[in-house]
Design a binder for this molecule. Structure first.
Ligand SMILES: Nc1ncnc2c1ncn2[C@@H]1O[C@H](COP(=O)(O)OP(=O)(O)OP(=O)(O)O)[C@@H](O)[C@H]1O
Length: 251
């Protein structure tokens, strides 16, 4: 479903990602790993329309999406989270989810300002759906808590839920286990598998935490200085001499 075809991103003289050929099939969990500065976030930015590839393309279900703006890419079913938590401060858990849901169900500006019945009805449905979503991931009892008062692991989970509110078919997670303790990391792995099954998702994730990435991914790609130095199953990656040299050896 997702396929990058020689996707390349240059910033001046620096090639941040070079001829990336990567695919994610329906229902797959795929990892993207590599040392700092390898080009992982740049790859995400190309896939989600933040950057237009300098060369090559990104296809989603056979359509070239590499020239589309980020909101169009969200509309066709890609959603992402970021390396640093970006929850809205001053909003509760439910409101954080509703803001994201509105990205998908763009409400007509006038009907919203005038509080027309159509707007109120949509708002009611959106709230119901958001509460159902929170319930399905075990966060419903926290719906009216301030988002930033949640424990760290739950804030990260809320970020993922917020991405789910845009009803994606492909979810991109940028270092979901960052800053988590071993217990939270284990819970996260179960959570990632559970949402893949429940929402029929494909998942692409960047992760430095080796237990998480090896434990949860079906396949993975390894980048170094923008080049793809390996791809394969976790077992293949673990025993790949080039990867051990470039990356695993120093971890
Ligand atoms: N907007 C930009 N302008 C110029 N250079 C950039 C830009 N974005 C990224 N780079 C450079 O591209 C290279 C790849 O960066 P990128 O953030 O994609 O790496 P990464 O693998 O995600 O690293 P990390 O694990 O630290 O997040 C780095 O050398 C970085 O400095």
């Amino acid at each position: 479903m997702l396929r990058t075809d020689n996707a390349t991103m240059r910033f001046g003289g620096l090639t941040a990602v070079s001829a990336l050929n990567m695919s994610v099939s329906d229902g797959e969990i795929v990892g993207l790993i590599g040392p700092n500065g390898a080009g992982k976030t740049t790859a995400f930015n190309m896939i989600t329309g933040v950057y237009k590839p300098t060369e090559g393309s990104v296809e989603y279900n056979g359509t070239d999406i590499s020239r589309l703006p980020p909101h169009k890419i969200t509309e066709i079913g890609l959603a992402r989270t970021f390396q640093n938590i970006r929850l809205f401060r001053g909003m509760n858990v439910l409101e954080n989810v509703l803001v994201a849901a509105n990205l998908r169900n763009r409400v007509n500006f006038f009907s919203s300002v005038l509080h027309l019945p159509v707007y109120r009805e949509r708002e009611r449905i959106a709230k119901e759906e958001a509460l159902e979503l929170l319930d399905s991931v075990g966060l419903a009892d926290l719906a009216y808590e301030a988002a930033t008062s949640l424990p760290y692991g739950k804030q990260r989970r809320l970020e993922i839920v917020r991405a789910l509110a845009t009803k994606p078919s492909l979810l991109l997670l940028d270092e979901p286990a960052a800053g988590m303790n071993p217990h939270e990391s284990r819970e996260l792995m179960e959570f990632i598998r559970a949402i893949r099954d429940r929402f029929s998702l494909s998942i692409l994730l960047i992760e430095h935490h080796m237990q998480v990435v090896m434990g949860v991914c079906d396949r993975m790609y390894v980048l170094e200085y923008g080049l793809t130095i390996a791809d394969g199953t976790p077992a293949e990656i673990r025993s790949n001499p080039r990867v051990i040299d470039a990356y695993l050896g120093v971890d």
